[in-house]
Design a protein around this ligand. Sequence first.
Ligand SMILES: [Mn+2]
Length: 383
Amino acid sequence: MRLNRKNHILGKISVDTFLKKYWQKKPLLIRNAIENFQSPITEKDLFKIAQDEETISRLIEYRNDMWQVKYGPFKKSEFLRKKNSPWTVLVQNINHHFSFANSFLNFFKFIPYARLDDLMVSYATKKGSVGPHFDSYDVFLFQAKGKREWKISAQKKFDLDKKSAIKIITNFKSKNSWVLNPGDMLYLPPNIGHWGISHSNDCLTYSIGFRAPDTFEIQSKFLDFIQDNLSANKKDLYKDPNLKLQKNPAEINSNMINKIQQIINQLRWNKNSIHTFIGQLLTDPIENAIFQQPKPISLEIFKKNLSKKILELNPKTRMLFIKNSFYINGEFIETDKKYAKYLRQLANDRKISFKTTLDKKDLNALGIILLPLYRSGFVDFIQ
Ligand SMILES: [Mn+2]
């Protein structure tokens, strides 16, 4: 299995056709998206990661006529369950743990990184399911091991189970159903009712999930951003040296209203501030991400490493750019235009090698730009 064959993940469909006809529009089943696929990630790996404090994981089962959910971290003993009872465990951000999972995401480079959320992996025993439901986000469901049946509905209106702890559709009507084998994949746009049921005791499904900020989030975070960047002076007090006696002391006079309106109108933003806001918003790391800081090293040693080794982004790192402005994990990177091409390469490929490309001056300049990122644990050298 090779991970560098271009775009073959969509089978016979070209990226252009996919974007035009399917993305955010309608489901697509791709048989043999990857031929002879064998999952390097096993259920044992999942159970191990689900014990980690930092991991977001869920265990879902249908028991006593009810959908039940338990949130991780889990104890090892909690996975010593009977294989003849149906259950599912789902673990988020597997790409933060396995370099394989991280490179698997390369298959989905035809969608901008700014839209990518994570690779979630779920394991289910036979008949294990999380029930009929819909999601608000696009997802590719890649069958990695075992068999899973996917039923999808064409409904627009769903009734939800009010008693359930998870989102369950009570009036689910199946329109299509397919049994996916290893290497098969199903793409679903947002809000399509779907129901996956494991047909084997070794069912592993990779979910490549996308994210989309909602309008409320964008607006409220922008107001926070404006507040954080206020340049107004707190000593600049409201003044009214021309105050006139007014008939009703409780009335707010029009002078005061006009002056406050003027002050509010002083709030300004331009394209640059919007760029900074967007760059910071979209590279904000996931909530519980911890970046381990390496042993401190000098600029000289960092430069030596830079000229010999490959530098890569930490799997948790989000790095995006707008023209020559770069953002990494919510921070703006100051850089000379001359070095933008290297940072673009680092952001696009998520790694970079300077082995033969740099003279002393450039190596020094890039060392100065990249060392703080290294110190924050945002980038590291491949050993
Ligand atoms: Mn789903």
